[in-house]
Write a protein that binds this ligand. Structure first.
Ligand code: BGC
Length: 847
């Protein structure tokens, strides 16, 4: 078996197969104005077409957990794959490559050429708001998973856009923060996944981040030219993060190729200003040409040039062009893939023999917790997609045919969500949804939309109803039908002026303002909310009208994001917890699903606490005290504190599990599928020693150097709750021997470890065999140990397997300041099932 340390590099070679002459000839047909026009987006997601160069409109889209496309709502649904941390938790490159291929199919279905993914910033701190969107705290695991993801996309002709280059590892002050990081740490940690993905997957585009690194904003940083272009030989496109281009001349000279979004008249700062800068000799036209060639090369690769050469001429099937890549992904197949991938990512962190549950003789299952009823399948921000459906834990366990009873336990969300079924009906009573009417400044009706949801996000205008300026007002109307008698909370979430009427009477009038210092994404995705109580009788229907003055929102130029919010009646937390505890006591087993939401873990801000929101810790403790057969399912994108971890019979960490979350959960709890995941990130026991993401005077200093994640714990001798790499399945393994071979065939590898493991349990299982390197007598300062390679293995009971794990040369090298250097001598290699359990020791002598 070949391990994931093996290095291959076909895509970069495929890229250079695109004729440079052809691109130059196309370039030669363009005036300076035409060329400069191409360098800023035409709108929020797309580039300008340029018929003179044979270039059609090229479309980009977020994002890592699905392909949203150009429409940001339920009318254009997307397969919602498990969150990127979950993908890394599989440690399974082949599986992740398959997910990349599935995403490529989704991209083609939606007319998308460039997927703004993967995110390969590191889990420097679990406070990071986009932790869920990144793979791991370890650069090697991040690189291997990222390479697989990009291979999956690009082999089907869709560009990856690896982001955010670089050191955008947290969100606080992300637009301006100056990350101070020494060169060795940058090279060995934060740049390492980008380098591997450029060199080995030949990624076709890279996104320059918002932040500064060592005093220069990344869209103007010398790292773009010196490292990305000159050192690594990247021949793809560098695109700015959205609105990250801050200058005309400096950014153009620094090798940024494309400023997004557009148009330049709205978002600047290129467009005409850049044409003038070229005329004034401040930016060399040759640089403009280089950027246009990079755009044309990308276009050729994704099939957006009129006579595009396939990306890999030897394998035309690998490049499907704009209409291709559609075969083989029926909805049932997508569901099967996502279900299996979610299960493969779940980390069984603790199990005192309770799991898997034995169906035979299983009595009532109490399903408890705020995240049991509403599936939390993704994190917040630009990674948001609109899945066609989601399977909640409750749905999944019911579908498995179990005798299920439900109690929410405690409310844990920070914001009330949009009104939904069964309460929300269209005005004519047909199905869940609402009608939206748009009005011009003259008061004339310009269009209507019949919608399936009460959450609305219009970007760059209102589609057929008109451009942003031609719509002054909109009205959302629907019927709310009460299921139970009680007090509902009805309201609005958005920016600007709103009126809310129930049966013709105004119940709320408010102007909701941008929170001070809010990030643009936070302002759009989690705007202020205002609710008002409404008492309804069981079965009562009321007609609801929400009016909004579009231009009263300061963000109207970018988009109008609003929701009609509705919360159903519920008891106090004390009442709900008491009800959950009695239900658990009366049940055979309790499955508590705790966690966060997309409002807690999101782009635009960091978490300030790792604790579970609301009274979830208390809920877990009291339920576990009432029923010793309690499983806690943690549905969060990133680590949360679990002070009760040792008091419960089993803990399953499930991330944001994608649309098939609940089905996968039932599969794993019942033992139909192995919980395949291993931690790609250290799970802290407390907040002590966890790295802060709060800048001081605009500076975030990475003073810890390379010691993030397990490296920091090792250095300080701290013990986390669950170590990096940890997780068990439903069988047991013995680690029998390791041999190390230095006669490897090259291809970037320096050694290979052969690890012999045996399935010592009673059922077939899956194991992630991990190898770590260390250098006890090093003359160079190094972490205590670092991941050197890994491989996934499956075996039957009693079966012995030899696992070959390739170890890349880079694992043994350090950045000397001048270049990569190898300190000759003996490196220790240790193998085992986690970073904290390494029973096998080997060594390798290197010169
Ligand atoms: C995010 C990017 C994203 C872009 C477009 C930015 O705010 O940082 O990751 O691709 O928006 O949505």
């Amino acid at each position: 078996m070949t391990g994931p340390g093996s290095v291959s590099g076909t895509a970069q070679a495929a890229g250079s197969a695109i004729g440079a002459d052809d691109l130059r000839q196309r370039l030669a047909k363009l005036s300076v104005e035409q060329k400069v026009r191409l360098l800023t987006g035409a709108d929020f997601w797309a580039l300008y077409p340029e018929p003179d160069a044979g270039l059609r409109r090229l479309v980009t889209s977020d994002g890592p957990a699905g392909v949203r496309g150009e429409v940001w709502d339920e009318r254009d649904t997307s397969a919602n794959v498990p969150s990127p941390t979950a993908l890394a938790a599989t440690w399974d490159c082949a599986r992740v490559e398959g997910i990349g291929a599935l995403l490529a199919h989704e991209a083609r279905r939606k007319g998308v050429d460039v997927l703004l993914a993967p995110t390969v910033n590191l889990h420097r701190s679990p406070y990071g708001g986009r932790h869920f969107e990144c793979f791991s705290e370890d650069p090697l695991l991040t690189a291997r998973i990222g390479i697989a993801y990009v291979h999956g996309l690009q082999r089907a002709g869709v560009a990856g856009c690896v982001k955010h280059f670089v050191a955008n590892d947290s969100e606080t002050e992300r637009m301006t923060v100056d990350v101070r990081v020494d060169e060795r740490t940058l090279r060995e940690l934060y740049l390492a996944p980008f380098e591997a993905i450029v060199r080995e997957a030949g990624v076709w585009s890279v996104m320059a981040s918002y932040n500064e690194v060592n005093g220069t904003t990344m869209t103007e940083s010398p790292l773009l030219r010196e490292i990305l272009y000159d050192d690594w030989g990247f021949d793809g496109l560098v695109v700015s993060d959205w609105t990250a281009t801050r200058s005309t001349v400096a950014a153009a000279n620094a090798a940024l190729d494309l400023a997004m979004p557009g148009p330049a008249s709205q978002f600047g700062p290129w467009g005409d200003a850049l044409t003038v800068a070229v005329a004034d000799g401040l930016v060399d036209e040759a640089l403009i040409d280089e950027k246009v060639v990079r755009i044309l090369r990308l276009a050729a690769r994704v099939g957006a040039l009129d006579t595009a050469t396939p990306a890999d001429p030897a394998d035309p099937a690998a490049h499907q062009g704009p209409a291709g890549a559609s075969a083989g992904y029926a909805p049932a197949e997508i569901a099967r893939d996502l279900r299996a991938t979610a299960a493969a990512s779940f980390v069984l962190a603790g199990n005192a023999g309770l799991l898997p549950l034995d169906r035979a003789g299983l009595g009532q299952v109490a399903v408890i917790g705020p995240n049991a009823e509403v599936a939390r399948t993704l994190g917040g921000g630009s990674a948001t997609v609109f899945p066609p459906y989601t399977i909640s834990p409750l749905d999944g366990l019911r579908a498995a045919g179990l005798d299920v009873a439900f109690a929410p336990g405690a409310l844990a969300h920070l914001r009330t969500s949009a009104a939904r079924a069964p309460w929300l009906l269209r005005p004519d009573g047909t199905g869940p949804g609402a009608e939206v009417r748009f009005f011009a400044p003259s008061g004339e009706l310009t269009g209507t939309e019949q919608r399936d949801s009460a959450a609305f996000r219009w970007m760059s205008g209102f589609g057929a109803a008109g451009a942003t300026e031609s719509v002054a007002r909109l009205e959302v109307s629907c019927v709310i039908r009460a299921t139970d008698a009680g007090q509902y909370a009805l309201g609005v979430s958005g920016l600007g002026h709103f009126r809310l009427l129930v049966d013709g009477a105004e119940i709320l009038e408010a102007t909701l303002a941008l929170p001070e210092g809010a990030d643009v994404v936070e302002a759009l995705m989690a705007p202020p909310q205002r609710l008002t109580p409404v008492k309804l009788a069981a079965g009562q229907s009321v007609s609801v009208l929400l009016e909004h003055d579009v231009h009263s929102s300061p963000m109207a130029g970018i988009g109008t994001f609003l929701e009609l919010s509705l919360e159903g009646p519920h008891g106090t937390d004390d009442e709900e917890i008491a009800a959950a505890v009695s239900l658990a006591a009366a049940s055979d087993v309790a499955v508590i699903v705790v966690g966060t939401t997309a409002e807690v873990e999101s782009e635009g801000f960091d978490r300030t606490s790792l604790a579970l929101p609301g009274r979830q810790d208390e809920l877990v403790r009291r339920v576990a005290a009432a029923n010793p057969r309690t499983v806690v399912v943690v549905n969060s994108g990133a680590p949360v504190l679990m002070p009760w971890a040792q008091e419960v019979a089993a803990v399953l960490l499930t991330w944001f599990g994608g649309q098939e979350f609940g089905h996968a959960l039932a599969d794993v709890l019942l033992g139909d599928t192995e919980p395949g995941g291993r931690l790609p990130t250290t799970w802290p026991a407390s907040e002590a020693g966890v790295l802060s993401t709060q800048p001081a005077d605009g500076v975030l200093a990475y003073t810890e150097g390379a010691n993030i994640g397990y490296r920091g714990y090792d250095r300080d001798g701290r013990v986390p709750l669950y170590p990096f790499g940890h997780g068990t399945g439903y069988t047991t393994w013995s680690y029998d021997s390791i041999t190390v071979d230095c006669n490897v065939p090259g291809g970037g590898l320096r050694a290979a470890a052969c690890v012999q493991v045996r399935n010592t349990g009673a059922r077939r299982g899956r194991e992630v065999v991990q190898v770590y390197a260390s250098r006890p007598d090093s003359a160079v300062q190094r972490p205590v140990k670092w991941l050197a390679g890994f491989a996934v293995v499956e075996a039957d009971p009693g079966e012995t397997v030899d696992v070959g794990i390739g170890i890349p040369e880079r694992v043994f090298q350090h950045w000397s300041g001048e270049g990569w250097a190898l300190e000759p001598g003996t490196f220790a290699l240790a193998a085992g099932p986690s970073s904290a359990s390494l029973p096998l020791a080997g060594r390798v002598e290197l010169r």
